[in-house]
Design a protein around this ligand. Structure first.
Ligand code: MG
Length: 404
């Protein structure tokens, strides 16, 4: 008899070489994925990699990992890519259609790390052929979550969440049966303004908002962490990923960013995943799933962390989180509009044209304007989601212009 709860009952078959495709190989998630793959050259074979424009960096990675195909999304960089790959035997391609074709190539595992709406079609292509997809693109779930998860279920695709919070919840969900889950908790660092007063937050500059205490990320997601919109978008993602009702998902502010997510079961047990704030941990989990590989991230030293603290998010100081919850409850295209308006508003804030508090104001006004025009019905597919995204962006731009 096995004395512990460790899963010894079902041994996994011997590890085969896993063929992988990395969409968005030059961004921070892509770079971490490549880093892990280079450490395990006998376990992974790289089929295709892509980048938006950085042909030089992409060609360098393609040569290092021996990829078969490299794709730049922007066709203007095709000749640069082709020249950089000359003599390597690695195929070069360009354009959005080539991204979709890269996703369709027969790799067992696809990292979907293209950020923005340009990531929707290639990710869907990987899902539709039933691949195991490590999902790092937020838009798939935020803008067309119901559609995406339905297509994944039909195709028999496996969606593995890369984001640290969802990956934590995914891991914790393994401790019990889905029907025994009472609720899920996503943690939030609270961002740089966690302890600031409402007035101080309203006057925050882009430089102050771009300074995240725990994670180093791109500017959009860093500003979203400062408003807590990032956590709001994650609520919507969790709602679709794990088929949870809005009232089954809570947010807790946890400034140390050590506990990434928790699952509460009906018997009162709470299961959490902990780790250093290093994206290579959730990425390694996805890359090797359902196995584990050695991870290079710093080990978590709890004695050194000493204190883990938790607090309720303050919706008065961080209204973006309340707006996101409202959009999740409204459903349909409301999350699509929320995301589009937020992207416009964050861009305007970074450019110095609107204040920090105006980000939430623009998002709220755009939601109201689209609701008033009857535009918040469920998008039937990607094109419908992209169409409402487009309308929301121009409305948000107008509303932000009026505030500037
Ligand atoms: Mg996150």
């Amino acid at each position: 008899m096995t004395p512990t709860g460790l899963a010894r009952s079902k041994p996994l078959p011997a590890a085969a070489v896993r063929s992988v495709t990395i969409l968005g190989a030059t961004g921070s998630i892509g770079a971490s994925t490549i880093d892990l793959i280079k450490r395990e050259p006998n376990r992974y074979r790289v089929e295709a990699i892509s980048a938006r424009r950085n042909a030089g960096a992409l060609a360098k990675i393609a040569r290092e990992v021996g990829a078969r195909l490299a794709v730049v999304a922007d066709p203007d960089y095709y000749s640069e890519l082709k020249d950089a790959l000359a003599g390597s035997g690695i195929e070069a391609a360009a354009g959005e259609g080539a991204l979709v074709e890269a996703a369709q190539r027969p790799a067992d595992w696809v990292m979907a790390a293209i950020s923005g709406s340009i990531g929707l079609k290639p990710t869907l292509a990987a899902i539709e052929r039933g691949a195991t997809v490590a999902l790092a693109n937020k838009e798939c779930l935020v803008c067309a979550g119901a559609f995406f998860m339905r297509r994944a279920a039909i195709a028999g695709a496996t969606v593995l969440p890369v984001d640290s919070e969802h990956n934590a919840v995914f891991q914790a969900l393994g401790a019990g049966r889905r029907e025994d889950v009472k609720r899920v908790i996503l943690t939030a660092s609270g961002g740089p303004f966690r302890t600031w007063t409402l007035d101080a937050i309203k006057a925050a500059t882009p430089e102050q908002a771009l300074c995240h205490p725990n994670w180093s990320m791109g500017p959009k997601v860093t500003i979203d962490s400062a408003t807590l919109m990032n956590k709001g978008l994650e609520l919507i993602e969790a709602h679709h990923l794990f088929a949870l009702a809005p009232d089954e998902i809570d947010v807790l502010v946890h400034p140390q960013s050590v506990v990434h997510g928790l699952v509460e079961f009906r018997d009162g047990s709470m299961v959490a995943q902990l780790g250093s704030p290093d994206m290579r941990i959730p990425i390694a989990h996805c890359l090797a799933w359902p196995r584990r590989i050695d991870g290079p991230a710093a080990r978590l030293d709890l004695a050194r962390v000493r204190e883990l603290t938790f607090e309720e998010p303050d919706l008065a100081r961080f209204p973006a989180l309340a707006l996101a919850r409202q959009a999740m409850e409204t459903g349909g295209a409301a999350p699509t509009v929320l995301n589009a308006a937020d992207e416009v508003a964050v861009g305007e804030f970074i450019a110095g044209r609107i204040g920090f508090a105006a980000i939430a104001t623009v998002v709220e006004a755009t939601l109201e304007a689209t609701a008033a025009r009857g535009l918040l019905g469920e998008p039937a597919g990607l094109d419908a989601a992209l169409a409402i995204d487009h309308i929301a962006r121009s409305l948000a731009q107008e509303l932000a212009g009026a505030l500037a």
